[in-house]
Design a protein around this ligand. Structure first.
Ligand code: AR6
Length: 173
């Protein structure tokens, strides 16, 4: 595998509408769905994704997917080939969990390389229900993908609103 540093692009919008090889899901350890990005991906991707998640729980991940790790399934009806599920850390004021958040981006890119994905769309992991401050979440996201060796050519951050877009734009430019 020939590796390089991916180019980073930013889009304001809905991650479920991205025509890319792989879409990253901000999941939880159960892999069985939830709100936010996770809810949107399962809703629009259809039941095939959940079926593969259940199979993962019945085999490799009987105790759930640990925080900071990543695993792939089909993308079902989404305009992508795969969903890469990763579990971000819940933000905590009294403990630095940055390394776990960085690990989500690195591990997702590692799984993307295993799949042969060249374009990957990421949400701002942990910055919703898990409470991570957007500016810091953007810093960790951009720094990590820019320093990871991967055959992925484009990392597209898909930001839901203008505030998130601006936080990422400040880090990228
Ligand atoms: N497209 C792009 N970004 C979105 C979308 C979307 N369709 N929907 C929300 N966001 P979150 P987390 C943004 O809560 O913080 C779930 O219940 C959102 O504004 O999806 O990692 C899981 O099952 C925020 O900036 O993920 C877990 O239990 C970012 O995506 C838990 O939430 C991430 O928000 C994971 O929480």
């Amino acid at each position: 595998m020939s590796t390089q540093r991916p180019s980073v692009t930013l889009v304001q919008g809905d991650i479920t509408e991205q025509a890319v090889d792989a879409v990253v899901n901000a999941a939880n350890s159960s892999l069985l769905g939830g709100g936010g990005v996770d809810g949107a991906i399962h809703r629009r991707g259809g039941p095939e994704i959940l079926a593969e998640c259940r199979a993962l729980r019945a085999s490799r991940y009987g105790r759930g997917l640990p925080t900071g790790q990543a695993v792939a399934t089909t993308a079902g009806r989404l305009p992508a080939r795969w969903v890469i599920h990763t579990v971000g850390p819940v933000f905590a004021r009294n403990e630095d969990r940055s390394e776990l958040l960085a690990s989500c981006y690195r591990e997702s890119l590692r799984v993307a390389d295993e799949l042969g994905a060249r374009t990957v769309a990421f949400p701002a992991i942990s910055t919703g229900i898990y409470g991570w401050p957007m500016d810091d979440g953007a810093r960790i996201a951009v720094e990590t993908v820019r320093t990871t060796d991967t055959a992925v050519e484009e990392v597209r951050f898909v930001l839901f609103d203008a505030q998130a877009y601006d936080a990422f734009a400040t880090r990228v430019h």
